[in-house]
Design a protein around this ligand. Structure first.
Ligand code: ADP
Ligand code: MG
Length: 342
């Protein structure tokens, strides 16, 4: 079931890739598909060195996955979690630093110490456990990035605290892929890491890349789209309550995988998804998760303080859309849609 929804998310982006006339620049357009970071990925780029660029990109994805995966006991992050800290690689340190910055900047809405809570709910295993108040309270005592310190590449954590960079890793990775493509002289590329998109340059006809934003909601079929945003050199990263869900067989209640670190429960703010558009993939990923947790009002206030760094598309659970001024002209939808002014 899990893999099924990833495939659909990927298929959605693929259909857009197929609809494009190919990446611009000399050389053939090439596409690579792989399954990594627990999700389905596609990369397309055009250029004389497209194949070597894709080889390097794939190797980098696998390398970062091996560092960051909480699903594998061999990863660097799992070793840090098991040992309560230790020395880590430059990349893990850089990503952890970005996660800790995001924690401060979002007033704790983005919190990479969410792992004990994710485990309590059963997300890593896929078997739902609805926690008791006492269990939640206990897990909350070890949650909070204040329990982590990072000095250079030395990490230390309070007992019981565990790190999960899953809310930021794919955006970091897609940003890294853009650097790799550039280093191979590729001027035109688009990647989708489980529906999280980042692109370089424009299409061969000079137009921007068209990214479909998935329509959330139980009534919607998984490949329905709520709108299309056209961008160049941007990450378009979405966090949605429809992504990974566990259902309580008895009550029929559905629980999704983005937790509010202040309550320990799935964030419930009337938003179905948040899409962040930014030239910084890491920031876009952290903020998609954080703004989902914040809810509409706080997310909009946050955007007003930092509108030069990102834009966002909010889809409410009733299906209506709100889009920030900076991306409004690039966004097309047939749904009710209001522009968020500065
Ligand atoms: P996805 O990975 O589905 O694209 P996100 O970027 O929103 O979506 O990441 C969700 C993942 O981030 C969860 O699976 C979990 O590992 C982690 N996570 C959940 N809640 C938070 C939170 N409040 N802050 C940081 N990470 C979180
Ligand atoms: Mg995220």
């Amino acid at each position: 079931m899990k893999r099924f929804s990833f495939l659909i998310a990927a298929a959605l982006v693929l259909s857009f890739l197929a609809g494009c006339s190919g990446a611009s620049g000399r050389g053939a357009s090439m596409t690579r598909e792989l399954f990594a970071m627990d999700t389905y990925m596609t990369m397309t780029c055009r250029g004389e060195n497209a194949e070597q660029a894709l080889d390097a990109a794939e190797a980098e994805i696998l390398r970062l996955d091996a560092l960051l995966s909480t699903g594998s006991t061999d990863s660097e992050i799992s070793r840090l979690n098991a040992e309560g800290g230790g020395a880590c690689s430059e990349d893990t340190a850089a990503l952890l630093r970005a996660a800790l910055d995001a924690y401060r900047e979002t007033d704790g809405a983005f919190d990479c110490t969410i792992l004990p809570l994710m485990e309590l709910w059963g997300f890593p295993s896929g078997t739902l456990h609805v926690p008791t108040e006492a269990e939640l309270e206990h897990a909350l005592t070890v949650t909070g990035s204040r329990h982590v310190s990072l000095s250079g590449s030395a990490v230390s954590m309070d007992p019981g605290t565990k790190i999960d960079l899953g809310g930021i890793a794919k955006g970091f990775t897609s940003g890294r892929l853009m650097e790799i493509f550039r280093s191979f002289g590729v001027e035109s590329a688009i990647v989708s890491l489980g529906g999280n998109v980042q692109c370089l340059g424009s299409r061969s006809d000079g137009a921007g890349w068209r990214c479909g934003i998935r329509a959330p909601g139980d009534g919607a079929s998984s490949d329905d789209i709520a709108g299309v945003v056209t961008v160049r050199d941007k990450a378009v990263i979405t966090s949605g309550s429809y992504e990974r869900r566990l259902t309580d067989e008895v009550t029929g209640r559905i629980y999704h995988h983005i937790l509010d670190p202040s309550t320990g429960r799935p964030a419930d703010t009337g938003l179905a998804s948040v899409t962040i558009v930014s030239s910084d993939g890491t920031l876009a990923d952290a903020l998609s998760t954080a703004c989902f947790v914040m809810g509409e009002e706080k997310a909009e206030a946050f955007w007003r303080e930092r509108f030069d760094e990102f834009d966002m598309i909010l889809i409410r659970t009733d299906g209506s859309i709100r889009v920030t001024e900076g991306v409004a002209d690039a966004f097309v939808t047939s749904r009710p849609c209001a522009v968020i002014p500065k």
